[in-house]
Design a binder for this molecule. Structure first.
Ligand code: NDP
Ligand code: HSE
Length: 437
């Protein structure tokens, strides 16, 4: 059988990695897919730029629409990034009856509902394994491997750049900006790196994971999102003294009143496997009612790890090219007419434990004032760490770990603590999860 012709939009980190993996592993990929997979047409902005892959045998254009409208191309792989142009190109490819593979989590999180609808009407597939956690086949694992389970919660380190930065700050004492620049050089960061460090990229990915885990529509605008920019080396050190690691976690949890969707720095007990996931590696823990906890680990960004997921999607699409569209795996795991309208909980209804760091005057009664406020809000303290004042200083950091409480109660307590005359700075609050059940 003739090879399937693929059109590639973007020849950057992931596009170049995809060409290299398809070429290097062509024989095995053909044996798996049943047909060869050949990139015949590709687009990039600057056709003179040096590439990480050879473009021999590939027709190049600076006009991505030419690829999408090429009648020979059966599958369009979108690796441009961003939302608006990517949305137009993907919708055009679908309207032209082509299958689509994309690594673009921003596109799927924001426009996935519309794109999957259009794809269903046209009977084409839109595959997006590379959009979440780079090379880890987490979409397939949840959508297919765990299809027998009611998913209770999932929690993941799903931004490689953020984890790379936190790890280097902790292990090497390096500066935030310096490590971010290295992540950019290595091709891990988004075109706009604030997406990585402010948690937006992780929120895109969490939107997708939650949809396939709980059978809910994609609802990016309802994810509570906090980045890693406020984390200080001091917090990382105090957390370690208390037996915890600070990780940037994305959490989706089924609670009694709805679904929690949140991305924020989180203290995790250091004995948990996920607390030891370092550098650009990602990991996702998924709790299913039948299987219990499962953990998925691997490279979360980079050319070939991401290409691994793109190529797996290509193989999947090629395998089902001739199958009845009605009998394919649904894009978002659940049948499209069987989605649930479970509400997404506002953040003040979320229950979690907390790490609090206060900058307090070193005088009697300060701690008593703070603990009285916490008690008034029904917040129980698990442990307290008070450091010695530095020579010549009259203030001390006080670190408190609390038991679980409603975010609303904690917000009220923090507002009251911050106006005490003995407290000199904003309270640093980091959420804490045991991830044990
Ligand atoms: P790059 O910036 O390395 O590559 C983007 C490619 O698209 C380049 O070839 C660029 O052309 C081309 N391009 C960009 N804008 C336009 C435009 N307006 N018109 C035509 N072509 C354009 O990005 P990545 O490969 O890193 O990322 C691609 C996608 O994959 C993104 O959605 C990203 O979020 C996702 N992703 C990235 C991962 C990674 O590790 N990098 C991991 C998982 C997902 P030119 O080269 O000429 O500038
Ligand atoms: N910028 C993303 C990250 C790429 O660092 O995780 C992978 O999605």
């Amino acid at each position: 059988m003739k090879p399937v012709k693929v059109g590639l939009l973007g020849l950057g980190t992931v596009g170049g990695g995809t060409v290299n993996v398809l070429r290097r592993n062509a024989e095995e990929i053909t044996r798996r897919a049943g047909r060869g997979i050949q990139v015949t047409h590709a687009s990039a902005r600057d056709l003179k730029k040096a590439r990480i892959c050879s473009t021999e045998g590939i027709r190049l254009t600076a006009q991505p629409l030419e690829v999408v409208n090429d009648p020979e191309v059966k599958i369009v792989v979108e690796l441009i990034g961003g939302t608006e142009l990517a949305r137009d190109l993907v919708n055009r490819a679908i309207a032209n009856g082509k299958h689509v593979v994309t690594a673009n989590k921003a596109l799927i999180a924001r426009y996935g509902n519309e794109i999957f609808n259009a794809a269903r009407k046209q009977g084409v597939m839109v595959a997006f394994e590379a959009a979440v956690a780079g090379g880890i086949p987490i979409i397939k694992a949840i959508r297919e491997g765990l299809a027998g389970n009611r998913i209770e919660w999932l929690a993941g380190i799903i931004n490689g750049t953020g984890n790379f930065i936190l790890t280097a700050m902790r292990d090497e004492g390096r500066d935030f900006a310096d490590v971010l620049a290295e992540a950019q050089r290595l091709g891990y960061a988004e075109a706009d790196p604030t997406f990585d460090v402010e948690g937006i990229d992780a929120a895109h990915k969490l939107t997708i994971l939650a949809a396939i885990a709980f059978g809910i529509p994609l609802q990016f605008d309802k994810v509570y999102t906090e980045g890693i920019t406020r984390i200080t080396r001091a917090d990382v050190g105090y957390a370690e003294q208390l037996g915890y690691r600070i990780k940037h976690l994305a959490i989706a949890r089924r609670a009694a009143a709805g679904i929690e969707l949140r991305v924020h720095p989180t203290l995790i007990p250091e004995r948990r496997l996920i607390a030891n996931v370092d550098g650009v590696m990602n990991a996702v823990v998924v709790m299913g009612d039948a299987v219990g906890p499962t953990l998925y680990y691997g490279a979360g960004a980079g050319a070939e790890p991401t290409a691994s997921a793109v190529v797996a999607d290509l193989v999947d699409v090629v395998r089902v090219l001739t199958s009845d569209p009605e009998n394919r795996v649904p894009h978002l795991a659940f049948q499209p007419d069987a989605l649930s309208d479970l509400p997404i909980l506002p953040m003040d209804q979320v229950e979690t434990a907390y790490y609090l760091r206060l900058q307090a005057a070193d005088r009697p009664g300060v701690l008593a004032d703070v603990t009285r406020i916490l008690a008034d809000q029904d917040i129980s303290i698990e442990s307290i760490l008070q450091k010695e004042p530095l020579a010549g200083e009259s203030e001390v950091p006080i670190i408190l770990l609390t038991h679980r409480t409603l975010e609303k109660n904690m917000n009220q307590a923090i507002s009251r603590i911050e106006v005490l005359s003995s407290i000199s700075a904003k309270v640093m609050r980091i959420r804490l999860e045991q991830l044990s059940r």
